[in-house]
Design a protein around this ligand. Structure first.
Ligand code: HEC
Ligand code: HEC
Length: 468
């Protein structure tokens, strides 16, 4: 690594943005890291390196396929792309699929959520779902609520067929199961179930195991900056926090059990990076007086479940029974007690040594730090703004977001609401632009706790939430 990159790396210790720059300078040089890396790199710094330079999966597609995707777009967009420069076309593709440019990148590398494999291939990484834009700005660890994985995969498959290129795991996998039926959400939990069914307790690959029960449903990824406050992972908090379960996303049978187990120290660094992230600050004005009153109301009405914030912050990690919280049940029901027990008994659960909540019975009330930046809300991402969460009767039946708009009065996504799918939503890719709360797993019901507040109390609590 040259001295410029080296000095950038040391600046990273102070500021996360500098980290992004340094890493993008080093992107694609994964083999050089071991010799060249600055000696005092912290685990978190290494974790970000591994995430953005190491390939833990086979490539999804190559650069030529990516550059030709526009040729399978709907006619109007295709015409626009035909007349565009290659740079503009890349921007159009990033916008269509919810991809994020590497901070400081020159536009010649894969998106931030992918790693170059050195053979022009794009290999998906965790940031594809776990880093997104809020009000048009990239925030590390924010859920990528604009990701269109199913549409990307569908169009990659079609492009490969027209270019006579072989199909790979995602192209084939998506024929068997949905990857994400609404933009911004994915069926990630079921990817884990499907791939996990091909492994024994040691994670060694086995093709003779029973077929799992699949209950497909889409989830909104949680923001990474709150993982540090939790002892248990996931919406139902069933998994004791440890680096091992993070490997669930790289369980393709191509990775042997020994390979997977050998990555534990990488993932321990990756978890350290995740836990080093801080919630982003609300960038617009806050009415401090209203927020102060809101804090009192919050501590009275919400803190029992969501914890407290500020100097003496505490987080109860409380699982709230399904009938009390009343939100969509499918995520909870999609994993059986037997499935959770098996995971605990396996390498993931340190062969039973870690305590799991094998029958959680509800959802965790998550920490609300940086909550302004992680819209849409609830585990399935069904409620577009905090205001809608506070006014259950007003939650839209169907909504469609804009790419970069932010609703500063309702706090959350800028959306248009609908009672029915518009007749123009004919193709699957167009339908996925609409969040339809009537579909299985997508209900926006429940969490009626804020209804107990008077209107001015709701206003104050909303103001307080901006400060977290
Ligand atoms: C296809 C999208 C996707 C990819 C790729 C992905 N995740 Fe996730 N991740 C999710 C979703 C959705 C959840 C929520 C699951 C749940 O709560 O049941 C999640 C949850 C998590 C959590 C729990 C956080 C918390 O606070 O409870 C961690 C940690 C995590 N992912 C790490 C990773 C790592 C590390 C990788 C890469 C190896 C990765 N994820 C790849 C979608 C993804
Ligand atoms: C009885 C426990 C409980 C109380 C009281 C409670 N909540 Fe919640 N809250 C939850 C649970 C559980 C969830 C997660 C539900 C889900 O995702 O399905 C949640 C989710 C949320 C979310 C969405 C989080 C996200 O990341 O999507 C917000 C915002 C929120 N609550 C705010 C509040 C506020 C403000 C109050 C007080 C007026 C409050 N809650 C009172 C249990 C509670």
């Amino acid at each position: 690594m040259d001295s410029k990159a080296r000095s950038l790396v040391s600046r990273w210790r102070a500021a996360t943005m500098a980290a992004c720059l340094a890493i993008s300078l080093m992107a694609g040089r994964s083999t050089a890291i071991a010799d060249d890396a600055p000696p005092a790199q912290s685990p978190a710094e290494r974790g970000y390196d591994w995430l953005t330079t190491r390939t833990y999966l086979p490539a999804d597609f190559d650069q030529a396929v990516f550059d030709n995707l526009w040729k399978v777009w709907p006619a109007e967009l295709r015409a626009q792309a035909r007349n565009a420069t290659p740079d503009e076309r890349r921007r159009m593709a990033f916008s269509r699929y919810g991809l994020i440019e590497r901070p400081g990148g020159d536009g010649g590398k894969p998106a931030l959520g992918y790693v170059a494999d050195g053979k022009s291939g794009w290999v998906m990484n965790c940031l594809a779902c776990h880093t997104g834009k809020v009000a048009g700005k990239v925030i590390l660890g924010a859920p990528n609520t604009h990701f269109a994985l199913d549409t990307l995969t569908e169009e990659v498959r079609l492009t490969k067929l027209t270019m006579a290129k072989p199909l790979t795991h995602m192209d084939l996998g998506s024929l068997k199961m949905p990857l994400g039926t609404t933009r911004g959400t994915t069926n990630a939990v079921m990817f884990g179930v499907a791939l996990g069914s091909l492994r024994d307790l040691n994670l060694d690959v086995r093709f003779d195991r029973p077929k799992p029960t699949m209950v497909h449903h889409d989830m909104d990824a949680p923001p990474f900056w709150n993982t540090r406050r939790k002892k248990f992972l996931y919406a139902d908090g069933f998994v004791a926090k440890s680096p091992r379960p993070l490997l669930q996303f790289v369980m393709l049978p191509e990775n042997s059990g020994a390979t997977m187990r050998g990555w534990e120290s990488d993932y321990s660094d990756i978890l350290a990076w995740i836990e080093s992230l801080e919630a982003p600050r609300y960038p617009w004005p806050i009415d401090r007086e209203l927020a102060r009153q809101g804090e009192v109301t919050f501590n009275r009405s919400c803190a029992l479940c969501h914890g407290t914030y500020g100097d003496h912050a505490s987080f109860p990690d409380r699982v709230v029974p399904l009938d009390e919280v009343g939100t969509d049940p499918i995520r909870l029901q999609s994993l059986s007690v037997a499935y959770r027990q098996e995971m605990q008994k396996s390498w993931y659960g340190h062969y039973g040594e870690r305590s799991y909540r094998t029958d959680p019975g509800g959802y965790v009330a998550p920490p609300l730090n940086g909550i302004w930046a992680s819209a849409p809300y609830l585990h399935n991402g069904s409620v577009p703004t905090l205001w809608h969460l506070f006014h259950p009767g007003e939650r839209p039946v169907i909504w469609r977001r804009t790419e970069n708009g932010f609703d500063q009065s309702k706090i959350g996504l800028e959306v248009t609401a609908f009672d029915e799918l518009p007749p123009t939503a004919r193709s699957n890719s167009e339908k996925r632009e609409y969040f339809d709360t009537r579909r299985p797993g997508k209900s926006a019901a429940g969490h009626l706790f804020p209804s107990k507040l008077a209107d001015d109390e709701k206003r104050d609590v909303l103001e307080y939430l901006k400060t977290l």
